[in-house]
Ligand binder design. Sequence first.
Ligand code: URA
Ligand code: SF4
Length: 251
Amino acid sequence: MTEPTPASVAVVGASGGPYDHPADAAARSAGERKIALDAIAAEVRGCRRCPLSSGRTQAVPGEGDPDTEVVFVGEGPGFNEDRQGRPFVGRAGELLVRLLATLGWRREEVFITNVVKCRPPDNRDPEPSEIAACAPYLQRQLEVLDPALVVTLGRHSMARFMPGARIGAAHGTMAPVDASTGVTDALVYALYHPAAALRSTEVERQSFADVAGIPAALLEARRRRDLARAPRSAETPATSDAPEPSDPTLF
Ligand code: URA
Ligand code: SF4
C-alpha cells in the first residue's frame, strides 16, 4: 500500500484516488484559503494583544500549503524564528524536517505554526494569559485550513487539542479533536517537541517511532471525516444543514 501523502493539489492517496478537500458548502478553494491565511498573518504581524509583542523582532504567523490535510502546531518561536519570521527554522526545525523526511514528506507540503506567534523572552514557557490572547489566531487558521489531522509538537500544543493528557502517555497516540479548537471532523496526533528530542537520545528515538504512526493516523482521520461528511440520504435536502463558513475576519 502506498503511504498517504498530505493532499495538496491532486495526490494519489492510499484510497487509490486523488484526495482533495471536499467541495461542500463550507470548503474554500486553495486560492481562497491562501487569501484568508495571508490576512490572518498580516494581523498577527501587527498584533499587540499580549506582552510578547514588546519583546519580538518579528511575529511568526506560520507557513505551508494552504490546501494541506495536515497541520503541525508547535509551542512558540525561538531565537531563529523570531529573527526570520518563519516557524521551525533553527535546530528544532532541522529535526522536524528530518522527521518528515522519514515519511517522504516535505515541510512545504504541510502547514506549520505555533500556539503563540511571538517569541517568549529567553524561550520561557508561554503564560496561560499569552496563550489565551493568541488562541483566536490559531483557531482561525485551523478554520481556514480545515485539516483532517493536527499534529501537536510538545506539551503546550498538546494541551490545546488533548486537554488533560500527559505527554509521556499521549505521544504517538491519536484522539478526536473538539470543534471549539477551530477544526471539525479531525484527529489530533501527539508528538514530543523536537527541542526535547535534541536534548535526549531516548526522546529522539521515540520521536522517530511516533512519526512512523502519522500515515496511519491520517488514513483514520480521512476515514472518519468521510463518514462524518458523507452526503445524507436523498430525502434530506443537501444544503439545509450545511454549516455557514465562518468569517475569517472576525474573532
Ligand atoms: N519551537 C517551537 O515550538 N516553534 C518554533 O517555531 C520553533 C521552535
Ligand atoms: Fe499577538 Fe499572539 Fe504575538 Fe501576543 S503572541 S502579541 S497575541 S500575535
